[in-house]
Design a protein around this ligand. Structure first.
Ligand SMILES: Nc1nc2c(ncn2[C@@H]2O[C@H](COP(=O)(O)OP(=O)(O)OP(=O)(O)O)[C@@H](O)[C@H]2O)c(=O)[nH]1
Ligand SMILES: [Mg+2]
Length: 306
């Protein structure tokens, strides 16, 4: 079950907050519960949001809106799940072309989890009956094409690739043509990791996107930014800079399993007004879920089992 996956993936974050949550469970003094809440919010790394929420709760206490602290977890649940946006349609988290191939461009900084997310996304589409083609747009890192080749062999999907050092825009061009020729449902384009400070590389991304749009109407249909959840609040900065360069349409939050800062999702979603489309919860193909804000918050706040 999905909730089970979220729970497992968020174990680290949840372990850290469960103690504080326990202190909230009984009817405690306002002081103790505010302290506990503060602990929850800071350990989960929800960012500037923490201060705002604390203030709000303090006011509620003063006004007598909380009869007992037992109401606090429920309040927190409602408030947090309203902050972060998931896909509008859980069954169809990604935009589709009206006809012809849908193109998904995957971008992000070095090592954020792009290539793994490409493989997971292929697997996800395949499980929904789609024929998928992949473009190895990372021609920069020597082992990148090899890594993607192994994934594509496992997934039994065709990979459009070029020699090391080739122009990624040329790969994208060839891949778009191949997707049209094969009547593929989906083309997923992997790209090299880049820092927002590397101007040439950021421009290269624009070029890749432009080339695809010339070949296929309305493409890329999604530009997904892959963020490493373990970077916490830094992810917000990264995302802003990528947004300045290409019209990012959504986020994939990778490595949520490896962090105690799972709450960063909440502030990333809120600050950027970008939906979190998927989360990565491990290194396997199956460790990938459509993001559901309510389930996420439930998994985050669920008390630790004894
Ligand atoms: N635990 C965990 N590890 C992940 C997840 N996603 C990716 N990884 C690991 O993170 C490392 C980097 O992943 P890649 O997919 O190669 O990242 P990338 O963004 O393509 O990296 P570059 O192409 O070098 O920029 C690999 O060891 C992956 O196995 C995830 O959701 N959870
Ligand atoms: Mg990669």
């Amino acid at each position: 079950m999905v909730l089970g996956k979220f729970r497992k993936g968020l174990e680290r974050t949840r372990n850290r907050i469960s103690q504080a949550l326990k202190r909230l469970a009984g009817d405690q003094s306002a002081e103790i519960s505010l302290e506990a809440l503060e602990e929850i919010l800071y350990t989960a790394d929800v960012g500037p949001l923490a201060g705002e929420l604390l203030e709000e709760v303090e006011k509620k206490y003063k006004k007598g809106d909380f009869s007992g602290t037992g109401e606090m977890p429920q309040f927190l649940r409602q408030r947090l799940s309203g902050l972060v946006q998931g896909p509008d349609d859980q069954a169809k988290p990604l935009s589709r072309a009206d006809k012809g191939p849908s193109v998904i461009l995957i971008v992000g900084v070095n090592g954020s989890g792009k290539t793994t997310s490409v493989a997971k996304l292929v697997h996800w589409y395949q499980s929904h009956g789609c024929q998928v083609l992949v473009a190895a747009g990372d021609t920069f890192r020597a082992a990148a094409v090899e890594q993607l080749t192994i994934w594509c062999q496992r997934l039994n999907t065709e990979l459009i690739r070029a020699p090391h050092g080739a122009d990624p825009a040329a790969v994208a061009h060839d891949a778009a043509e191949a997707a049209l020729a094969r009547k593929a449902d989906v083309l997923i384009v992997d790209t090299a990791g880049r820092l927002h400070t590397q101007k040439n590389l950021m421009q290269e991304l624009e070029k890749v996107s432009r080339v695809i749009s010339r070949k296929i109407d309305g493409a890329p249909h999604e530009i997904l930014l892959v963020l490493d959840a373990t970077t916490g609040q830094n992810a917000v900065q990264q995302a802003r800079r990528f947004q300045e360069c290409v019209p990012v349409s959504g986020l994939i939050l990778a490595k949520l399993d490896g962090t105690a800062k799972g709450g960063a999702v909440l502030s990333v979603g809120r600050e950027l007004k970008l939906p979190v489309k998927f989360v990565g919860l491990g290194e396997q193909l199956d460790d990938f879920e459509v993001f559901n804000p309510q389930e996420f918050v439930d998994a985050l706040l669920e008390p630790q089992e004894a």
